[in-house]
Design a protein around this ligand. Sequence first.
Ligand code: AGP
Length: 583
Amino acid sequence: MCGIFGYIGKSKDAPKKVFNGLIDIEYRGYDSWGIAYPEKDSFKIVKKVGFLPKSFDFPSANLALGHTRWATHGGVNEANAHPHSDCSEKLVLIHNGIVENYLELKRKLKKHKFKSETDSEVIVHLIEDEYKGKLSLKEAVANVFKRLEGLNAVVVSDGLEIVACKTGSPLVVGKNSDGFIIASDPNAILPQTNNLLFIEDGQMVSLSSSLEYYEIADLKKLEPKFIEVAWEHSSATLAQYPHFMLKEIFEQPQVLYNQIQDLESIKKIAGQINKAYGTYFIGCGTAGFACLLGVYLFSKVARKHVNFSIGSEFNYTEDFLTDKSLLIAISQSGETIDVVEPVNAAKRKGVQIVTISNTLGSSLYRLADTKMLLQAGPEKAVASTKAFMAMVANIILLGFALADKLAQGVSIIEKSAKEIEKVLAKSEEISKLALIIKDSEHMYILGRGLSYPLALESALKIKETSYIHAEGFASGELKHGALALIEKGTPVIVYVPDDETKGAVMANAMEVKARGAFVIGVGFADGVEENPVFDFFFKVADCGASSILPHVVFAQLLGYYLAVQKGLNPDKPRNLAKSVVVR
Ligand code: AGP
């Protein structure tokens, strides 16, 4: 998702500082980038399609704005890359978000020359009209921002100051002895300062030799609330790994051990679940599947009913919420707009909010009444692996805490960490399987009970890294339609943990085998692996309620090897971003 980074201050290295800032946020996903800095009485704008180079020579300037673009409106090309300028090229703008009424606004700009197809460029021309009308930059920006519909973060400069405001999409300002930094990700500011101001929705900041803070509505001056954060800049490096995804997969045993060091949050949240009249888990993608696992696990381990909704769907079903409800938002980035929005709506109803996130200071982290930070370390690959591991581990611990068996939860997490080491040691077997199936167009993953969320997550890992159409099913659904898809040689992964689902799942394996499928068994139950129904079998020890943990590593590695063997970059899948901050 788009990244914003700007600097204004005494340093003449503004373009270089901004370039390094963009490098720090590039893991979030983008397809083009650009940097603007004052030159004579206008701006120099450098824009490129593709990824940032390892280095770039910039001239000196004391102000610069930079942006990494993840295309929403308008194709991937230089013209559509940010920063955008007005007709006079005296203003430059960078933008995160979607202006939902941009076409209507653009119709009022007939006299303007547009260089791009983007909604973002409309904003800077609107500001130009106001600015030429002799308004100050902040007045011009405020007037225009109020007319924008949707969730947007806008950063504008006239070469003398930087004005920024936002609704929904995050913006943070850092302050140090030589100037101000503004960015969409607090982590990118930490190398320069720990003194941060989180811009709130509907508020605006003006940066020059000093900082001014306003309400957008009436430009009423506000007192900026800087906080000194005790956070370490997380600049994950590849170390000896070829890709972040592989590194993060191999970090998972340690991530699991990190989850059982401090159990206070687990006990607190378990208490909130017990007290609440209705608990609702919400998340998207991989985080959503972690939530779904919670529904099964809480029932199985604690006889406790909790609800799950995909974040983007929760808006349409949350009318039942009361101030006795508990909403648990799970999000690696803490910025997923499909979760931020329903959380804001729930807060307005007085709902207690718990956030389980991997990102300190993120929007969801700051919105929560109870915050749990996943000790997974920075996750740079777009495909979430170790964060999922941490999410699921905490859900398992919560389930056992609710059953007053927390010590048992801790011990199966420890067992799972050891079993993951064994799976990792057999990664070559998975690489060989990838070679066999890498040219498949479709593949299906079957699971039941606790292995149903596992099947869904496995399919997501495979599809988002290898672009193979992979679908996860509750294997009982096979005969209700999906079986029509099975052809000779279709790869079908069947999860067969040693639990109550084994018999039914084996029957499903026979059904797909009878239609010619290439059946891949994953699990561990005496005698199962010799069953002739399997064309390939990968043994994974059974870890009871936490079996998903070692089993999902099989799918993570399969997705990784499929991508690499197809010549793809598993860290940066096409069309995807690490943090989805636009609807
Ligand atoms: C998972 O591999 C994907 N990158 C994606 O589904 C992700 O889990 C989803 O966008 C939610 O992100 P979050 O955890 O940062 O909220």
